[in-house]
Design a protein around this ligand. Sequence first.
Ligand code: LLP
Length: 463
Amino acid sequence: MSRSAHPAGPRHADVLPEGHYSAPPTDLNALDSKVWAETVTRDTDGVLTVGGIDVKRLAEEFGTPAYFLDEEDFRARARSWRTAFGDDADVFYAGKAFLSRAVVRWLHEEGLNLDVCSGGELATALSAGMPAERIAFHGNNKSTDEIRRAVEAGVGRIVLDSFQEIVRVAHIAQELGTRQRVQIRITVGVEAHTHEFIATAHEDQKFGIPLAGGQAAEAVRRALTLDGLELIGIHSHIGSQIFDMSGFEVAAHRVVGLLRDIRDEHGVELPEIDLGGGLGIAYTSDDDPREPHEIAKALTEIVTRECDAARLATPRISVEPGRAIVGPTAFTLYEVGTVKPLDGLRTYVSVDGGMSDNIRTALYDAEYSVALASRVSEAEPMLCRVVGKHCESGDIVVKDAFLPGDLAPGDLIAVPATGAYCRSMASNYNHVLRPPVVAVRDGEARVIVRRETEEDLLRLDVG
Ligand code: LLP
């Protein structure tokens, strides 16, 4: 659309600058269900509500910025992954997207397993009662202490990421007088269509053991000779925020090819394959994610077809969605502090958080949506950049989005789809305190991760 076709807000020059935005939505007050959690709606006064509670009340009780998580939506998404894959497959929620004890309990209740990638995540999972055998332990450089704790706890699988780790885990398991169930993570050499920093299956990166050049086959050879290990399968995770299924297809083809080679060389049919996580979600109305049942159908068909061709029994499949479960279930609520129109450019809207509660925009050029939450407005749209309170010009939460032209300090605005990789990647930059996560369900709100305090900061400062 031509730029002059954008309606000019009251604080705008007539011509809008180049940017990532598309045309302003016809109704700024409308909520696109693609990007908002299931129970989010507006009440009769036009105030955004979640789980039956309006954001003005939530802001009053819990302060801003804060993440509000729709518990019912989280459970429903977890359930739909579980149901889509059925009893012949396992769904491991990737805890790195967002982990807390409440989340662990919900996952347990909904029949999901859990992928952890550090001692801290393992401790959280165990302390909330996730049975160890339903935990998978990941990471490209697990410490020997972490490995020991995982083996001692009896985790269901450790995903081995290097030749050194094969030996380390075998040694620790033997020392502890046990055999550890393991998978080997391989890189299948596909270029996932996503941001460079979150693509993980091409060869030139740190994760996994390359299939190319026979390295993965050599890793299998070694793992099969070590008494401390029970090799149960092969693992591949191609990247994150992916919409195109073709990368998974290539990955499945190559993983099954390796299973066939292992059968031919060792006479062993490994019983499991894990195709990782990485399914994309809608951050803006332009994104069109797939439903879990479509993904399950596609992956199961690919693996079955490949196995039939290789005359292998179809192994048990597991997947590790993180973002696709928790991402859409939460939004971040901010209070507007300043509104600064820059003639001929855009209006800078400063909020009370920023890159410390959402680093994704700065780190991956991620796109987000935003809506005025504390009221509706019929004012003309104005092109805005939502920025934080940090001492960086890259401290951007939403790069280009339209908000009503009468936006003012004190208004509450909400950024949807911040459930994944926002609180879990939050920092204390500028000694800004990390926001709480509040779970809302059936008219009740409860803090599941409390707001950080200045005492928390000072407790660590022992100089
Ligand atoms: N499994 C493994 C082995 C992984 O490394 C990951 C993510 C997942 C599963 C879950 O991927 P998901 O379904 O959530 O896409 N911080 C980045 C994402 C990093 C993903 C790291 N690994 C972001 O904010 O986009």
